[in-house]
Design a protein around this ligand. Structure first.
Ligand code: SF4
Length: 148
């Protein structure tokens, strides 16, 4: 089974500051369960690395992705969609906490609540954050969702 994963979770140095965030537990879990992890990084594809941080900000009814004084939300959505369509045989996506693109609960300035990161919003498959997979029960639940 193929599962997409935020590239930085595999240790690839694609974060805004050119660092990775390897989560070896997720890698081991995937190996044990015959899951092929496919690294994806929408922000690196769209903006390159290193880059400035994207910040989510609410302006009236719209959640904007602020980058270098402009709103790149539509470009980010298109890139995520393009990546998801590239892998029609994938069964799910594993993101990472805090990222406006790959996090599940991301803070939005002026909104007073959180929103789903763009990859999770665009994804029709089961998604999770890598941190949640540190917990045995969560791993079982995600595996069941992948196999449905
Ligand atoms: S966009 Fe996603 S994969 Fe890329 S660095 Fe940010 S969190 Fe990692």
């Amino acid at each position: 089974m193929k599962v997409l994963i935020s590239s930085c979770v595999l240790g690839n140095e694609v974060r805004w500051n050119k660092q990775g965030k390897l989560n070896s537990e997720v890698v081991e879990w995937a190996e044990q369960n015959d899951i092929e992890l496919i690294p994806v990084c929408p922000e690196n594809e769209l903006l390159g690395t290193p880059r400035d941080k994207i910040r989510l900000i609410q302006i009236e009814e719209k959640t904007c992705a602020h980058y270098k004084n402009r709103d790149i939300m539509e470009e980010l959505k298109s890139k995520c969609q393009e990546i998801l369509e590239r892998y029609p045989d994938a069964s799910g996506f594993i993101g990472i906490y805090g990222s406006p693109t790959c996090g599940i609960s991301v803070g939005v300035k002026n909104l007073g609540s959180v929103t789903k990161g763009v990859m999770h919003k665009q994804c029709q498959m089961p998604t999770v954050e890598s941190n949640a997979l540190r917990n045995e029960n969560n791993r079982k639940i995600f595996l069941r969702r992948l196999n449905k």
